[in-house]
Ligand binder design. Structure first.
Ligand code: NAG
Ligand code: NAG
Ligand code: NAG
Ligand code: NAG
Ligand code: NAG
Ligand code: NAG
Ligand code: NAG
Length: 555
């Protein structure tokens, strides 16, 4: 992906293995104006719900949303209705994620709820689908041409990616034969969530949203402040920055995650951190030396599944990717860095690489559900204010943004730079600000202590727009609480949903996991069987939302 790439989303898409294990033929299910459930993915129920493309003009026609639920497992009198889940993206498949994480989410939130998700309009199994490329082969060729990946790699990287954004914007507009693009905006997805809730026979939303799902939740709360039963948003973005196509603020805490790599490695010791130095500053210096070395001497690498060049851009992309899920990737990244010093790039490559592209290239068509790259682009660009910067203005904007983080190139650039060529906007779309003086129930926000793309500053700014709402912190690096299991956090989640209880101001939860697999501080009490089960469920959820690091998406 050009500069890009990893936005909020990458951390949040289900791994491709899921698709192979469990399939359901969505296109053979007739769309309906009601929730006509059929059994799917063994223990789930699926339906295709017709929704208006344009909520203010029925004549425009309908989209068909792929909706899935894991039914509640309680008696009728205890049933508490649908709890909608959005895993982020935009462009993450709620269906694929729920198939993997549904039972675990139900364990966290309670079996009184139907755990429900859906592929937002234009995404994955919902139709019509956003697609800028006619075949897999065309998409793969586009992605292969996206280097240099880092806007910081050379002086022509920013203009190159800007020009690619122009090209993609033209392709998107020309190939939007279904007309879906301008209706994929977040306000419409919020309206869809209200409609889904109403189709269940409920008036108010119960919702858990991660990452981009926090923009969706805050937008819902702004449009429908009196239709809130519970809204829990985790890994909170500054939605106003989102709608202004200026994500600079989102990079506020990115470098804190890098620092946690240095600190964690020095603390873990040479057995657990292969890139160990006795001090954090020593680890930092070693990384700087390696980064400068591959800038001038890129390394060719071959793995069992493919091959590639580990250069400056690749190294930085790999690090940035690990910031989303430090508990999973810091150990392997440290091994990859140490091997790279010895001229072996294959470990680093295998962590981030996707398998080589394969197709018979004879008559393939766009697969029904693997279009996440297009959806990311369609929603983030189509939501945002149109970028009218000249290239010079864009450069100045980028240079200013770069003061926020050493890794700003992968975050803010991929949005404003890539969206500079976008053409398809709906005039009456919601563009912020997100705020509501009086919501029918307080929102609950969760921020981690060092989130690479959703800093505490963004969460606090969002909180200020919703008086009476509450925030608490999970003390762990990474994107959203779901990348680091915490019994404490999940207890507050459950109390909020079940009893409406808000954590006291200043509440901080620890994570029940350590960086680099270091020994955990000993607990006073052994874990109960229920706690063990809950921790196992949280790990399943973190696997389900882990990045499809190996999957290239457009841009
Ligand atoms: C809950 O699930 C279990 C096992 O799937 C089933 O045996 C039980 O009948 C269910 N209970 C209710 C109230 O639905
Ligand atoms: C973008 O956001 C940053 C940080 O919030 C701000 O300093 C800058 O002026 C904004 N730029 C534009 C063009 O809006
Ligand atoms: C690189 O390291 C991997 C893992 O240790 C090893 O399998 C591979 O043979 C090494 N490659 C080279 C070229 O040394
Ligand atoms: C190729 O794809 C087109 C469009 O989907 C279809 O009409 C045609 O029958 C396919 N041809 C073969 C040989 O499968
Ligand atoms: C870009 O590269 C320079 C030189 O290596 C470095 O100082 C800077 O922090 C990098 N990042 C950004 C965002 O400019
Ligand atoms: C807030 O809204 C609720 C209904 O949602 C209403 O009962 C209450 O009076 C409102 N409070 C204020 C201060 O407007
Ligand atoms: C909710 O409140 C009830 C009654 O006080 C209590 O028994 C229950 O444990 C609470 N549930 C949660 C999840 O805190």
């Amino acid at each position: 992906m050009g500069a890009h790439s990893t936005l909020f989303f990458s951390a949040l898409l289900a791994s491709p293995a899921v698709f192979a294990q469990t399939t359901f033929l969505w296109d053979q299910l007739a769309p309906s104006a009601d929730l006509d459930w059929v059994t799917c993915y063994s223990r789930f129920q699926c339906t295709r719900l017709e929704v208006p493309l344009d909520y203010s003009d029925a004549s425009v026609g309908t989209a068909d949303l792929a909706v899935i639920r894991l039914p509640a497992n309680v008696s009728k009198s205890e049933y508490r209705g649908p709890l909608l889940f959005n895993p982020g993206g935009p462009g993450g498949s709620g269906v694929d994620t729920l198939v993997q994480a549904g039972p675990s989410l139900q364990l966290v939130f309670g079996s009184e709820y139907d755990i429900v998700s859906f592929d937002p309009r234009g995404v994955s199994y919902s139709t019509p689908v956003a697609a800028f490329f006619q075949t897999d082969a065309e998409r793969a060729l586009w992605n292969a041409g996206s280097l240099p990946a880092s806007l910081n790699a050379s002086s022509d990287a920013l203009p190159f990616n800007w020009a690619r954004g122009k090209l993609l914007g033209q392709l998107a507009a020309q190939r939007d034969t279904s007309g879906i693009l301008k209706y994929m905006t977040t306000d419409n997805v919020a309206r869809d969530m209200l409609l889904i809730t109403q189709k269940f026979g409920f008036e108010k939303l119960q919702y858990y949203g991660l990452s981009y799902g926090t923009v969706l939740g805050a937008t819902f709360a702004t449009l429908f402040p009196d239709k809130i039963e519970r809204i829990l948003i985790d890994g909170v973005l500054d939605a106003d920055a989102w709608f202004n196509t200026n994500l600079t603020i989102e990079a506020t805490d990115t470098d804190k995650v890098l620092q946690s790599f240095f600190d964690g490695c020095a603390a873990a010791g040479p057995e657990l951190c292969a890139f160990y130095e006795p001090t954090a500053a020593g680890v930092a210096d070693r990384l700087t030396a390696l980064t400068e070395s591959v800038r001038t001497h890129p390394v060719a690498a071959i793995t069992p599944v493919g091959y590639g060049i580990v250069d400056y851009s690749f190294l930085r992309q790999a690090l940035f990717t690990s910031f989303y899920v430090p508990y999973m990737l810091f150990g392997p990244i440290a091994q990859g860095l140490a091997a790279l010093e010895n001229g072996n790039g294959s470990i680093l490559l295998s962590i981030v690489q996707q398998p080589a592209f394969e197709c018979d290239c004879s008559n393939d068509t766009v697969p029904f559900h693997l279009n996440n790259g297009e959806a990311v682009f369609a929603v983030q660009c189509g939501d945002g204010s149109k970028v009218t910067d000249t290239l010079e203005e864009l450069r100045a904007w980028y240079d200013n943004a770069a003061k926020t983080s050493k890794f700003v190139e992968f975050l803010v650039g991929s949005n404003r730079v890539s969206c500079a060529g976008w053409q398809v906007y709906r005039d009456d779309r919601f563009e912020g600000p997100v705020a509501a003086a009086n919501t029918s129930f307080p929102l609950l926000l969760l921020t981690t202590s060092a989130d690479p793309v959703a800093p505490s500053a963004a969460a606090l700014k969002t909180l200020a727009g919703f008086p009476g709402s509450a925030i608490f912190t999970q003390d762990s690096p990474g994107h959203t609480s779901m990348t680091a299991p915490s019994l404490c956090t999940s207890t507050y989640f459950r109390q909020y949903f079940q009893n409406g209880t808000l954590p006291a101001s200043g509440t901080v939860c620890a994570a029940d996991i350590t960086l680099f697999g270091a020994p955990a501080p000993s607990r006073r009490d052994a874990l109960s069987a229920e706690e063990e089960e809950l921790l196992a469920a949280l790990k399943v959820i973190s696997e389900a939302v882990r990045p499809v690091i190996t999957s290239k998406r457009i841009n």
